[in-house]
Design a protein around this ligand. Structure first.
Ligand SMILES: *[C@@H]1O[C@H](CO)[C@@H](O)[C@H](O)[C@H]1NC(C)=O
Ligand SMILES: *[C@@H]1O[C@H](CO)[C@@H](O)[C@H](O)[C@H]1NC(C)=O
Length: 360
């Protein structure tokens, strides 16, 4: 595969049979499943098992390989698959066709929504995979990995964390109108923010969450910054230089931290320092974007389109962007109902470090 491009491009190899060590060469999938609710449900513990066994780039055939997924099953499968490391719709040659646009229009809309959720987080996934390549920690993690003192998490395998930032509870039963979600971290006062509403929930073990067909319970942990790309494109390649929306979900002490990795997405130039690995941090005084390796750089044309700060109790009066020797006053909008502050169009370039200072 490397020789095909004279060692220029990183190969993508997918394998069905894998062994310890395979993760160095290939992604893997869970093999021939069926379009049945039970196979959807078991895809989550299968991904988790493979993840903690070292194979992070893993997923199940979305929709099921054998048989035909009716609209509700297909919807739930896309929604679950969109939050699994390897996301692919796939089926047996002789099954009925099931491209998203072959379903009724409301279903097509829901499938489209699931795919858009996936791609909005594509840089978040890429950063997790970069960090995985450095420290070996799985991309998709069981709750007990970050909450080892919480006994209740030891047996939970139907929900999980992405990195240490997002918590996902796929809906894997037919006709579900509510699901039980376990929010860990009660002892340390952890707050979880519903990613759809930015509504904050204090961790307190299990809670019941109402779901309809469009709802996927996903939460961002308070204390984290997640980078999103929200413009809709035909491919991830076309998204490469798209602007970011940075979502800072605040910890009770008004801080949040995140990271972002950017490179050309296809070659080995990152080995020659053509990449950006940056830390994002927020405090009441300032938000900053700093390169971890200052010798590395990548000429991204991406910029910051929006910063969303969730869980803000005392909003700043002014915000000022500092980049290079330029200073720019920024506009903000406060959404009182859910304590969300939106900084509109900071327009900071992601090719260079920046900071935003706040005054009260
Ligand atoms: C699900 O509920 C939300 C919030 O009430 C609503 O906006 C959405 O249209 C509902 N979706 C479906 C498919 O019923
Ligand atoms: C806020 O809490 C986080 C998580 O416990 C901690 O890592 C950070 O150092 C705290 N920051 C401050 C300023 O207290």
């Amino acid at each position: 595969m490397l020789l095909r491009s004279d060692n220029k491009y990183r190969p993508f190899i997918l394998t069905r049979s894998a062994f310890a060590g395979t993760q160095r060469y290939a992604a893997a999938w869970s093999g021939d499943n069926s379009a049945e609710w039970g196979f959807l449900a078991v895809s989550v513990p299968m991904c988790l098992s493979m993840s903690i066994a070292g194979i992070s780039f893993f997923g199940s055939d979305v929709g099921g390989f054998f048989k035909y997924p009716e609209a509700e099953l297909m919807t739930r499968w896309y929604q679950a698959g969109a939050f699994q490391p390897f996301f692919r719709a796939h089926s047996h040659l002789e099954t009925k066709r099931r491209e998203p646009w072959l379903y009724d229009p409301p279903t097509t809309m829901l499938l489209r929504d699931a795919v858009r959720r996936r791609y909005a987080l594509i840089d978040f996934w890429y950063t997790l995979f970069y960090e995985h390549s450095k420290d070996g920690l799985p991309v998709m993690r069981p709750l007990f990995m970050h909450y080892p003192m919480e006994e209740a998490t030891f047996t939970i395998d139907d929900q999980y964390l992405l990195g240490d930032k997002l918590l996902v509870k796929p809906v894997v039963t037919q006709g579900a109108t509510s699901v039980k979600v376990y929010l860990p971290g009660a002892e340390s006062g952890t707050v979880w923010y519903d990613v759809d509403s930015y509504q904050a929930y204090a961790a307190n073990g299990y809670m019941s969450v109402d779901v309809n067909l469009s709802k996927i319970p996903v939460y961002q942990r308070g204390g984290t910054v997640v980078a999103r790309k929200e413009r809709v494109r035909r491919s991830s390649q076309l998204m490469a230089h798209d602007p970011y929306t940075l979502v800072a979900a605040l910890h009770g002490n008004h801080t949040a931290y995140g990271s972002l990795y950017i490179d050309d997405g296809e070659t080995y130039e990152y080995k020659k320092n053509k990449y950006i690995y940056a830390k994002l941090s927020y405090s009441s005084e300032e938000m900053s974007y700093k390169f971890v390796n200052e010798k590395a750089n990548f000429p991204t044309r991406s910029w910051v389109e929006r910063i969303v700060i969730a869980g803000i109790k005392v909003p700043p009066k002014t915000a000022k962007l500092h980049q290079g020797d330029k200073q720019t006053a920024l506009q903000m909008t406060l959404h009182k109902g859910n304590d969300v502050l939106v900084i509109r169009k900071p327009a900071a370039s992601m090719a260079q470090p920046w900071k935003i200072t706040f005054s009260y």
